[in-house]
Ligand binder design. Structure first.
Ligand SMILES: Nc1nc2c(ncn2[C@@H]2O[C@H](COP(=O)(O)OP(=O)(O)OP(=O)(O)O)[C@@H](O)[C@H]2O)c(=O)[nH]1
Ligand SMILES: [Mg+2]
Length: 337
C-alpha cells in the first residue's frame, strides 16, 4: 500500500475501486488487508426496491441531509443490467442540487457484468475500500430483482426497501420477497395519491409475517441453524413515508437509520447477524472459488460433450455434473488455485 486511503483523496480511491472491479490481484490483496484493518466504521446501508420507486432520488436527498450534519457519504450504485446510466443520473441529480465538488460525497456506479469475481464480490470489496477511506455512511443502491438483494442482505447493516404508490400492484415488494430483507420500509412518492394506502398494505403484510412465520432476518443463502435468533428479532420494521423529490420525510428516515444501527450495536441479534452475514459471504466466495477452480480444470470440451448428451436426454445434467466433478477432484486437491 503506497499511500493512506482517504476520502480526501478521491482520485486514489477511484483508482483502487476500478482495480477492484477489474479483479486486479494487487487490489484484491490490498482489500484483504484493508478488511482486517477496518472493522465496522461506516454505516453500510443497502437501498433496494422496485425499479423507478425513487431509490436514487432518495439516496441523493439523504446525502444532502447527511452533509448538512457534516457526515461524509459514499454511494455505490449497483446495476448489472445497464452500464453507466443510473450512476450518472444520480451524479447529475446531486450536482444539480449543489453538492458539486464536495469531497465529502463520493459516487460510483458498478455496472459491469464482467467483474471477474462476480458483481457481489466486487461490491463487497468496493464497500470495504470505501469504509477504509473513512466515509461515515455508505449507500449501496441495487434494483430489487432477486440475486443482488440476497447479496445486499449479506453486506448491508441496514436494508432500506423503497416502495412507491402507482407502480401498478401495491404488493410488488411482497411478491419480490423484498419485505423479508427490509429493516426499514419506505413508501416514497408520498406526494402521490394512494401513498397512505400503500403504507397501510405494507404494514399489514409485515404484521402478517410476524404472525405466520415469526419475524425472520435477511434471507441469506442459508441460515446456520433453523430457529436461531434472527437478525431482526426485537427490531420493529418501521414503515415510513417520504417524498424524496421534495426532501420530505428524509430526517425521519435518517433517525430510523441511526436507531437501527444503535440497535445492531447493542443487541445480541446484531452480533448474530454479523456472524450470519460473514458465513453467507464465505459460502458465496467458496462457491465462486470452487466454480473457478472447477472450470479451470475441466478437460477442454468435456462440458460441451456432456451438454450434447443432455440436450438429447441421453444423460441427465446431474449425472454430467457428477462425472465432471469426479474427473477434476484429484486435480483440485493437488492444486492451490
Ligand atoms: N412524485 C414523485 N416522484 C418522485 C419522487 N422521488 C422520485 N421521483 C421520480 O421517480 C422517478 C424515478 O426516480 P429514481 O430516483 O430514478 O428511481 P430509482 O428507484 O432509483 O429507479 P431505478 O434505479 O431506475 O430503479 C424519477 O422520475 C423521479 O423524479 C417523489 O418523492 N415524488
Ligand atoms: Mg436508481
Amino acid at each position: 500500500m503506497s499511500e493512506q486511503l482517504s476520502w480526501r483523496a478521491p482520485r486514489a480511491l477511484a483508482r483502487l475501486l476500478t482495480a477492484i472491479e477489474n479483479g486486479a490481484p494487487e487490489a484484491l490483496a490490498q482489500v484483504q488487508t484493508l478488511y482486517r484493518q477496518t472493522a465496522h466504521r461506516a454505516h453500510i446501508v443497502g437501498i433496494t426496491g422496485v425499479p423507478g420507486g425513487g431509490k436514487s432520488t432518495l439516496v441523493a436527498a439523504l446525502t444532502r441531509a447527511l452533509r448538512e450534519q457534516s457526515r461524509t457519504v459514499a454511494v455505490l450504485s449497483v446495476d448489472p443490467s445497464s452500464p453507466f446510466t443510473r450512476g450518472a443520473i444520480l451524479g447529475d441529480r446531486i450536482r444539480m442540487r449543489g453538492i458539486s465538488g464536495d469531497p465529502g460525497v463520493f459516487i460510483r456506479s458498478l455496472a459491469s457484468r464482467s467483474a471477474p469475481g462476480g458483481i457481489a464480490a466486487a461490491t463487497a470489496d468496493m464497500v470495504t475500500a470505501l469504509d477504509a477511506a473513512g466515509f461515515d455512511v455508505i449507500f449501496v443502491e441495487t434494483v430489487g430483482a432477486g440475486q443482488d438483494d440476497v447479496a445486499i442482505a449479506r453486506l448491508a447493516e441496514t436494508v432500506v426497501v423503497v416502495e412507491a404508490p402507482g407502480l401498478g400492484d401495491d404488493i410488488q415488494a411482497i411478491k419480490a420477497g423484498l419485505i423479508e430483507i427490509a429493516d426499514i420500509l419506505v413508501v416514497n412518492k408520498a406526494d402521490l395519491p394512494d401513498a397512505q394506502r400503500t403504507a397501510q398494505n405494507l404494514a399489514a403484510a409485515l404484521a402478517l409475517g410476524f404472525e405466520t412465520q415469526g419475524h425472520h432476518g435477511p434471507s441469506l443463502a442459508s441460515s446456520p441453524q433453523a430457529g436461531a435468533p434472527s437478525g431482526r428479532a426485537g427490531w420493529r420494521v418501521p414503515v415510513l413515508l417520504t417524498s424524496a423529490a421534495h426532501d420530505q420525510g428524509v430526517a425521519a428516515l435518517i433517525d430510523a437509520l441511526q436507531q437501527h444501527r444503535a440497535w445492531l450495536e447493542t443487541s445480541e441479534e446484531g452480533k448474530h447477524r454479523r456472524l450470519r452475514q460473514a458465513e453467507a459471504e464465505i459460502r458465496a466466495r467458496l462457491y465462486a472459488q470452487l466454480m473457478r477452480a472447477a472450470l479451470a480444470h475441466i478437460e477442454h470440451g468435456a462440458l460441451e460433450r456432456w451438454a450434447a448428451q443432455c440436450a438429447q436426454h441421453r444423460a441427465h445434467p446431474e449425472e454430467a455434473a457428477r462425472a465432471l466433478l469426479q474427473a477434476i477432484l484429484p486435480k483440485l486437491c493437488s492444486s492451490s488455485t
